[in-house]
Design a protein around this ligand. Structure first.
Ligand code: ADP
Length: 256
């Protein structure tokens, strides 16, 4: 059988900041149903890569394909509209808003009125409202956030805030989800919770996942494949344990 087509395929991605070449021609393929780890020492280019994939930074060279379509340098909302959701390294929740309202924000890519909808506004609004509520309730249950749904998001512990951010990404019903260090600052129990949710998102909701993660125990436990970046280049790729044990990777981390 021919090899499956990747959900996301990046070829020769380059990006610099001033004189610094943060990405020097990066190739990455992520296949349907994978949990793909993007790892590497601090400053190796992981977040920059994700920013290029999601349209936040333009690529200076190279191509990003999503389900076979060229999406290189499309605007972030256009890429989100094609089923890509992401979370950020630093929490990007709306302070003062409730957990529920923060999660509802994740539905915005689905709220597009049409001419017909305007004509039958109330019918449409009620239907839309129901559809939004259904998926939001489903995700709140899935992420076990029922008990804190009405709390202002800033008063809940960091681990739960991270979970809210993940819930907000999931209510967009993405086919491809990018998580930038979803376990940063978490204790062991919280890390295990998030790892379980990530596996369930893939297994039960069919989401393909790209994960930037520092905790190597997590990477080897839940990733199907990894790519290791160092100074803007992929230095190893493949099955997590062997990629991480590659001498080039060991050396890159020692120099951190
Ligand atoms: P990682 O996510 O692996 O820690 P980054 O992608 O954040 O790495 O950074 C890669 C390199 O690009 C680093 O040297 C960083 O200092 C630089 N960099 C990232 N973003 C910017 C920016 N907005 N302006 C200037 N330099 C940046």
């Amino acid at each position: 059988a021919p090899p499956a087509e990747p959900v996301l395929s990046c070829r020769g991605i380059e990006r610099s900041f001033g004189g610094l070449k943060a990405l020097k021609g990066v190739d990455v393929d992520v296949f349907k149903g994978e949990i793909f780890g993007l790892v590497g020492p601090n400053g190796s280019g992981k977040t920059t890569m994700v920013n290029v994939m999601t349209g936040f930074y333009p690529a200076e060279a190279g191509h990003v394909r999503l389900l076979g379509e060229d999406v290189t340098n499309l605007a972030p909302h256009a890429i989100a509209g094609r089923g890509v959701a992401r979370t950020f390294q630093n929490l990007a929740l709306f302070k003062g808003m409730s957990v529920l309202d923060n999660i509802l924000v994740g539905r915005h890519t689905h709220m597009k009125p049409s001419a017909l909808a305007t004509l039958f506004y109330w019918v449409w609004a009620q239907r839309e409202e129901l559809a939004h509520r259904r998926i939001v309730e489903e995700i709140i249950d899935f992420m076990q956030l029922q008990d804190i749904r009405d709390e202002p998001v800033d008063v809940i512990p960091m681990g739960l805030q991270k979970r809210v951010e993940l819930a907000r990404a999931l209510v967009a019903e993405p086919s491809f989800l990018i998580l930038d260090e979803p376990m940063a600052g978490m204790n062991q129990e919280e890390k295990e919770y998030i790892a379980r949710f990530i596996l369930d998102a893939r297994d039960e909701r069919g989401v393909t996942i790209l994960l930037i993660e520092h905790h190597m125990d997590v990477v080897t436990a839940i990733c199907d494949r990894v790519a290791v970046l160092s100074y803007g280049e992929i230095i190893a790729q493949g099955e997590p344990r062997s990629a991480i044990a590659d001498p080039k990777v060991v050396k890159a981390y020692l120099g951190e």
